[in-house]
Design a protein around this ligand. Structure first.
Ligand code: SF4
Ligand code: FES
Length: 244
C-alpha cells in the first residue's frame, strides 16, 4: 500500500516544531512502528535525519510507544501504537502523526515526549517506609476475590500517557487513580493508603496536569481499558486523607 505521511518534527521543548510530508510504500501486514522504520530507512538513504520516536517491547506491555495518529492517541483502535497494523488503513490514505500534546509532557525530539512526570507521581506515593524483611508467602495474607480482581485490573496500566493526550484538560487522573487503586485495595497498601493518595495527587497537580471534569476521553483512549470509576475511588481516598 502507498500512504502519505505527515509527521511532526521538533528539535526540543523550546522549538516551535513543524510538519513534514512524505509518501511511503509499505506492506499492509506491517505494524505501525515497522512502517516508521521503513520511513526512517528511506530518510537515512536520502541523507536526512530519521524521525525520533519511542518504543521498546513492541508487544503492548511497556508503555513506551505513544503517538497521536490522525488526532487519536494510539490511532483508530483501542490498542497501543506498537500493536496497530497498517491494515487498519487504506491504500492512498493520508496519516498525520504527532507526539502527545500536554504541558506536563514536553517534547524532547520529534515524536518523543518526556513522561518522567509519571515517574515522579509514583515516587511521591512511595510504597513502604520500613524494612519488612523478605517477601512473605503469597497465600499468607488472604485478599477477597473482588479486591484481587480490581487490583489486577488497575495494575494493567502501562503508564503510556494516552489518557493525558486524550483529555482536553491534560489530566493525569486516570493514570494516578490506577496506581492508587492498585495498592489501596491490597492489605499491604493499607497503612499508608491515605497519605499515599494525597502525596500522589499533590505531585500530579505540581507537574502541571489538569483536573478531571468527567469527560471520559481518558477511558475511551486507554489501551488497557482502565475504567473511569477508579478516579472516583481515588477521590474517596483523597477525601478520607484530607485534613479535617
Ligand atoms: S490509564 Fe491507560 S492510557 Fe493512562 S497511562 Fe495507564 S494504560 Fe495508558
Ligand atoms: S513498545 Fe511497548 S507498549 Fe508499545
Amino acid at each position: 500500500m502507498r500512504i502519505t505521511l505527515e509527521y511532526w518534527r521538533q528539535n526540543g521543548p523550546s522549538d516551535t516544531g513543524h510538519f513534514e510530508t512524505r509518501d511511503v510504500e509499505v506492506d499492509d501486514h506491517a505494524s505501525f512502528l515497522e512502517m516508521l522504520d521503513v520511513l526512517n530507512e528511506e530518510l537515512l538513504a536520502d541523507g536526512t535525519e530519521p524521525v525520533a520516536f519511542d518504543s521498546d517491547c513492541r508487544e503492548g506491555i511497556c508503555g513506551q510507544c505513544g503517538l497521536v495518529i490522525n488526532g487519536d492517541p494510539h490511532g483508530p483502535l483501542r490498542t497501543t501504537t506498537c500493536q496497530l497494523h497498517m491494515r487498519s488503513f487504506k491504500d492512498g490514505d493520508k496519516i498525520t502523526i504527532e507526539p502527545w500534546r500536554s504541558t506536563a509532557f514536553p517534547v524532547l525530539k520529534d515524536l518523543i515526549v518526556d513522561r518522567s512526570a509519571f515517574d515522579r507521581i509514583i515516587q511521591a506515593g512511595g510504597y513502604i517506609s520500613v524494612n519488612t524483611g523478605a517477601a512473605p508467602d503469597a497465600h499468607s495474607q488472604l485478599v477477597p476475590k473482588q479486591n484481587a480482581d480490581l487490583a489486577f485490573e488497575a495494575a494493567a496500566c502501562i503508564g503510556c500517557g494516552a489518557c493525558v493526550a486524550a483529555c482536553p484538560n491534560g489530566s493525569g487522573m486516570l493514570f494516578t487513580a490506577a496506581k492508587v487503586v492498585h495498592l489501596g485495595l491490597l492489605p499491604q497498601g493499607q497503612p499508608e493508603r491515605k497519605t499515599r493518595a494525597l502525596n500522589m495527587i499533590r505531585q500530579h497537580d505540581d507537574e502541571g496536569f489538569g483536573g478531571c471534569t468527567n469527560l471520559g476521553e481518558c477511558e475511551a483512549a486507554c489501551p488497557k481499558e482502565i475504567p473511569i470509576e477508579f478516579i472516583s475511588m481515588l477521590n474517596r481516598d483523597i477525601l478520607a486523607g484530607a485534613p479535617k
